[in-house]
Write a protein that binds this ligand. Sequence first.
Ligand code: NAD
Ligand code: ZN
Ligand code: ZN
Length: 347
Amino acid sequence: MKALQYTAIGQAPEIRDVPIPVPGAGQVLVKVTAAGVCHSDQFVMSLPEDAYRGSGFPLPMTLGHEGVGVVHQVGAGVSSVAVGDAVAIYGPWGCGLCHLCQQGKENYCERAKRDGIFPPGLGRDGTMAEYVLIDDPRHLLPLGDLDPVENVSLTDAGLTPYHAIKQSLPKLGAGTFAVVIGTGGLGHVAIQILRALSGATVIALDVSEEKLELARKVGAHHAVLSDDGAEAAIRELTGGRGSNAAFDFVGITPTMNLAVRTTAAEGDATIVGIGGGTASLGWGTQAYDVAVRIPYWGSRSELSEVLDLARAGQLSVEVERFSLDDGPEAYHRLHEGTIAGRAVIVP
Ligand code: NAD
Ligand code: ZN
Ligand code: ZN
């Protein structure tokens, strides 16, 4: 089968011919119908040699940690899914047994790191191939009638902001403000989740007018350029108070500091972006009692809720389609910053 693989450190990914995996006992082979392109893949492919080796990720590695598909073959003992079922793949795999995994929060598994358990596409072969091997049927959720290409990114670009926002919902009632920094793949879904679940006025920030246009289209009340004037703009729009929750989908030092400094007393500054930045905190730097959170992905039950939100017509991902052969071009375009919404690979 064809697979889009990261094969050499610092090199662009390439299409290679690899064997179709065979599901062992308890495993499921899924025929991929769509795979999303995430900026985190770009981060992984930008790691220098020692950091990549230190991550424990293999090389070559098939990319793709957003995936949906159809069950193609099941291993011995699998009875909860059947051949032909349309499924969404829950990506952050854990041990399945620890305290957090028992709650469906495999994203925070206490043993995954120690035991070398990785998500597909982030440490083991992922979804950018004709087939992907799933270790356990508990990682599969029914996709039902949802269109695979339009909804594949809910497995990360939907789930990650959903998890981040859900923790802050008690602070986002009527009359509040939420700031979204970076309105790309994750950010443009975050705006819709905030509109669907909260009473907050949403202020979106990005670096170009095209990105801000998408932010407005998906429901941002205000769209502001993320430049030296951003802090003053947020102050003005919030009547001097700042936001009750800020979500940074960039994660570089300037955006992290912007999130922290423009969050009002008792608000949450949540850093989702993995941009290598660090934020400054200290007495008088941020408002009283600001909480800084750095979450990762989301729980299985939250993915189920995100899929339900899409079924209810309250979320729609802006998608640009690519074939598997054009996968390297999709990453190139993401790197250039010219994807509106999410790039999705259709094998
Ligand atoms: P993306 O490239 O689709 O979106 C990033 C957006 O940020 C783009 O629209 C870009 O124009 C904008 N941007 C860049 N610099 C900016 C600045 N200074 N101010 C404001 N906006 C700016 O990326 P994505 O796939 O949506 O991922 C977003 C980030 O989240 C990445 O760092 C990714 O690695 C990370 N991520 C984290 C998790 C997690 O669990 N914590 C999960 C998925 C992705
Ligand atoms: Zn991702
Ligand atoms: Zn666990």
